[in-house]
Design a protein around this ligand. Structure first.
Ligand SMILES: Nc1ncnc2c1ncn2[C@@H]1O[C@H](COP(=O)(O)OP(=O)(O)OP(=O)(O)O)[C@@H](O)[C@H]1O
Ligand SMILES: [Mg+2]
Length: 304
């Protein structure tokens, strides 16, 4: 669906995407996980053929974005990071007007709009002005709009940022249904739980480069341990405890407010810490997540 080799994007003398390789397969949900400024949106805009690459090669749906942009866009659905809905129009008109851009007939567009309003649970808001929708409703409408032309490939740039937990779960469910209907999806997120839930495969991206590729489970197995013990010693410099817990776990990470001890058994690591006479104020043992993968790869947390 997408093939990129050494893909680059330069703005002036700043290189936002610094030579990435990506291959997205038909039917999968492929994620870009990374913090602010990683280059995710820049990459999405290149794949969506609205921003030309400044280096490397890119094929989308087997076509060349430079010469076949309009043929590609006809088969793409794009949900940009910022909602770009027409505030003057009603909810329903936002879908029908958009559908007409794709050359769909009035009857087809009307039926499709009804179907999509149902799908994103906005049927009872069909006549409302977009201005009167909540943030989450606007996001759902943007997603509905990206589906008007029945795309083969859906590009979602931070689909759930700013949504409350319930709205996020509703959206995850909708994206899951689309996957089962055979729609290939590329999404960006800085929520590791979202990446874990939705993505078949994902890349970890930061500072314009990709540092790892795999399924969530593969990445966790490759870059982290089974469990993590989080230790908080109160209002102290946690760096000062690093050497005191050395050897209690396979690996130790120091964060401003806690120590992370990576081990197969978090309980064993905690027991080893206690055996040294140390008494952390708070202890939490949990499974490794993509957040731990990210920390290992970049030395940074996803949401600092
Ligand atoms: N049009 C532009 N002109 C100049 N610099 C830009 C432009 N668009 C993006 N950048 C820069 O490129 C880098 C990557 O931006 P991008 O929007 O791709 O990041 P992102 O991963 O989507 O981040 P976020 O999670 O905040 O959305 C940033 O440093 C940004 O300032
Ligand atoms: Mg972005």
């Amino acid at each position: 669906m997408v093939e990129a080799h050494d893909l680059r994007k330069t703005y002036g003398d700043f290189e936002a995407v610094r030579g990435i390789d990506v291959e997205v397969r038909e039917g999968e949900v492929f994620g870009f996980l990374g913090p602010n400024g990683a280059g995710k949106s820049t990459t999405m805009r290149m794949i969506a053929t609205v921003s030309p690459p400044t280096g490397g090669t890119l094929r989308v749906l087997g076509l060349d974005p430079v010469t076949d942009g309009s043929r590609i866009r006809a088969r793409l659905g794009v949900c940009p990071q910022e909602d770009t809905l027409d505030l003057e129009l009603s909810v329903r008109e936002n879908l029908t007007v958009y559908g007409r851009f794709f050359g769909m007939s009035r009857a087809d567009v009307r039926a499709r709009a009804d179907e999509l309003l149902e799908f994103v649970r906005l049927t009872d808001k069909a006549a409302a002005k977009v201005d009167d929708l909540s943030g989450g409703m606007k996001r759902r409408l943007t997603i509905a709009r990206s589906l008007v032309n029945r795309p083969d490939l859906l590009i979602l740039d931070e689909p759930t940022t700013g949504l409350d937990p319930q709205a996020r779960h509703t959206l995850w469910d909708q994206l899951y249904r689309l996957k089962h209907a055979g729609v290939t999806q590329i999404l960006t997120t800085h929520y590791m739980d979202e990446a874990e839930q939705l993505c078949d495969r994902l890349v970890v991206m930061h500072d314009g480069v990709i540092s790892a590729l795999g399924s969530p489970a593969e990445l966790i197995a490759r870059y982290s341990t089974r469990e993590v013990a989080e230790l908080r010693f109160g209002v102290v410099d946690h760096g000062e405890y690093e050497h005191q817990v050395a050897g209690c776990a396979e690996r130790v990470e120091v964060l401003p407010d806690r120590l992370l001890l990576y081990a197969d058994s978090g309980e064993d690591a905690v027991a080893a810490v206690h055996a040294r006479g140390l008494a952390p104020g708070q202890v939490l043992v949990r499974r490794s997540t993509l957040e731990d993968v990210f920390l290992r790869l970049t030395g940074r947390t996803l949401v600092d």
